[in-house]
Design a protein around this ligand. Structure first.
Ligand code: AHR
Length: 521
């Protein structure tokens, strides 16, 4: 898979923050924050907290689904431990079955009695057998178990418009058609709710190596036949570009109807180069800062694509769907490289927080974001090894940010912001995001990117009379601190001490940490 990521260089444009001073020595930085609770903005869509689960390595098989006969405790084949952990994240949407896998997936292979399902090759990911034991019925069983919504990725690369249209009909038909009857025969009476339907994936690459214009025409053709009954029509998402590219958004935002979103992908790589990306653990501080620097580029990439949307779609009905994001490291030694299994450390936790804080500023056009991927693949929430399971630092950040789902954005501003610098790379020391929760409380998320210096925050809130506050902090001793099956609690949230005096909220952020607090009136 060819991708390009620019070389690391210092630029202030990415950060939208003014760096006024530098830190030297290891000390507490004093930071004054002003929060404008009297200036509520747009809703922070819960869909920014979406997940992505692909038929890839142990992402689904073993990671989520083990089959009914497994000795691993399961409910209808789903791991009880993993499902319980995922429930706590209040996942709003899951994208499935790919990724690159989507454009070689033929849905009819994955329905009917498991013993009759054909075994195929997963040509993208490890060239391993794909048993099709996990198919449409199993996916919706998971969706309903988690109380989440379905984002189906259809096959435009190697499938026909008829195949795609019939899959949607199979899932949503409520009448007496042949496909509705087939679904019933296979055990599901009522139609499922399909909230989102993606027309292909990365069609610039693994989805068919197309040009933006060729795909735009193909999108219109396939989308024309994607029909569903009233009340169960999915939002349709075109497969867009990646990284800094805007040419896909340019071509697709000219489509006048039958389109609700354009996808975009961005993976964070420590080195910024695909051939040697960097290790998931045991990395130098140089790769701590480069990873944080690189992940923040998403801010500029979103802005560029949003500008194109504003120009071509001023009516605003087309959203950006960042339906793949997260860290991507070199394969772990001894693991099948095609399975994209990687450890997940405190650095990933800070990456997740930085991304959320950036996403919150883009809610006007950013309608969805899906981390890649839920279990055992890339920046996962959960890692498993047969019957063992461990929650990652990224899992904890997703859980800490749950109150931000469907909260209302409120602006905030630091009086000044020191930078954390190493060599020729600089990032702001602290990233913050604030919102009004559904209950009317102020919620505040803070990431301290600096691995050496604590930050003393004093926040004043306009239009809100703060009385008390509580919250939790995620940190650890080492840059690459991570949880293992043997030591699952090395990185886990702990309560943080927050003081509220005369309406001002103060707390100290440990070096290299993520904090989320709720301020009550
Ligand atoms: O998430 C892993 C892969 O990354 C996806 O299958 C593909 O869409 C992207 O290149």
């Amino acid at each position: 898979m060819e991708k390009t990521i620019g070389f690391i260089r210092v630029t202030t444009a990415v950060f939208c923050l003014v760096f006024l001073s530098n830190t030297s020595g290891f000390a507490a930085t004093q930071l004054d924050l002003s929060i404008q609770a009297d200036k509520p903005g747009l809703k922070i869509s819960k869909y920014l907290y979406g997940q992505f689960a692909e038929h890839l390595g142990h992402g689904i098989y073993e990671g989520i689904w083990v089959g009914k006969k497994s000795s691993i405790p399961n409910t209808r084949g789903f791991r009880k431990d993993v499902v319980a952990a995922l429930e706590a994240l209040q996942i709003p949407v899951i994208r499935w079955p790919g990724g690159c896998f989507a454009d070689e997936y033929h849905w009819r292979d994955g329905i009917g009695p498991a013993k009759n399902r054909p075994v195929k090759i997963n040509t993208h990911w490890g060239w391993v057998d794909e048993t099709n034991a996990f198919g449409t019925h199993e996916f919706f069983d998971l969706v309903e178990m988690l109380g989440t919504e379905a984002y189906i990725a259809g096959n435009i690369g190697s499938g026909t418009p008829r195949e795609m249209a019939e899959w949607l009909e199979y899932m949503t038909a409520d009448g007496n058609t042949e496909l509705a009857k087939l679904r019933r025969k296979n055990g599901r009476d009522k139609p499922w709710k399909v909230s989102f339907f993606g027309v292909g994936n990365e069609t610039w690459g693994c989805g068919g190596n197309m040009t933006p214009q060729y795909y735009a025409d193909l999108y219109k053709r396939y989308a024309t036949f994607l029909k569903a009954p009233d009340g169960n029509r999915p939002k349709k998402v075109a497969s867009g570009g990646n990284d800094a590219h805007t040419d896909w958004t340019e071509a697709l935002s000219g489509i006048k109807w039958n389109i609700d979103g354009i996808s975009h992908h961005y993976y964070t790589i420590p080195s910024g180069e695909w051939p040697v990306k960097g290790k998931s653990t045991g990395f130098p501080e140089k790769e701590w800062i480069s990873t944080l620097f690189n992940t923040m580029k998403i801010d500029g990439y979103l802005k560029r694509n949003e500008e194109v949307l504003e120009k071509n779609n001023p009516q605003g009905n087309i959203g950006l769907y960042l339906d793949e994001w997260g860290t991507w490291y070199d394969p772990e030694p001894g693991r099948e490289p095609g399975f994209l299994y990687q450890q997940n450390s405190l650095r990933d936790a800070v990456v997740a927080a930085l991304n959320f804080n950036i996403f919150h500023q883009h809610v006007k056009r950013l309608h969805m974001a899906n981390i890649a991927q839920t279990v055992n693949v890339l920046q996962a929430m959960i890692l498993t090894d047969k019957e063992k399971m461990v929650l990652t630092p990224t899992y904890h950040v997703f859980k800490m940010y749950v109150p931000f789902q469907d909260a209302t954005f409120i602006p905030n501003q630091f009086k000044s912001m020191p930078k954390y610098t190493l060599g020729d790379v600089s990032v702001p020391q602290v990233s913050a995001s604030t919102a009004l929760s559904k209950e009317g409380n102020v919620i505040m998320a803070l990431a301290n990117l600096d691995p050496h210096n604590t930050a003393q925050i004093t926040a004043s809130i306009q239009g809100f009379s703060a009385k008390s506050a509580k919250g939790s902090v995620l940190t650890a001793d080492a840059l690459d601190a991570h949880n293992t099956f043997e030591k699952p609690d090395i990185v886990k949230p702990a309560p943080i001490d927050v003081k509220v005096q005369k309406g001002k909220v103060s707390l100290e952020l440990p070096a290299k940490s993520v904090t989320v607090i709720t301020i009550l009136k």
